[in-house]
Design a protein around this ligand. Sequence first.
Ligand code: ZN
Length: 106
Amino acid sequence: MRKIFESSDSMRVGHYQSMLESDGIQTFVKNLNQSSLMGEIPFAEVFPELWIVNDSDHEQALRLLDSYKHSASGNAADWICPKCGEEVPKELSQCWSCGSAQLPAE
Ligand SMILES: [Zn+2]
């Protein structure tokens, strides 16, 4: 077993876990519940940790996390529709509300 990721953001740990699991990698999360107590244990901060069960999956898991981080940073953030002003998830290239296309980045 190997730890592959840790973060104070338990949502992100959960997201990475489901991403790895959907690629057939067995994982488990440590310390998920303690994170809500962090404010009460100032000298022993415990972050949620994402572990993989099989060491042989380690490289594949790292690649998956890497490619995810790259795609996330390369396509920075949600965008605002120029026509109706709605916030559109970065995964969409058209506004979910009015169908306007995203303007090319300047
Ligand atoms: Zn729109």
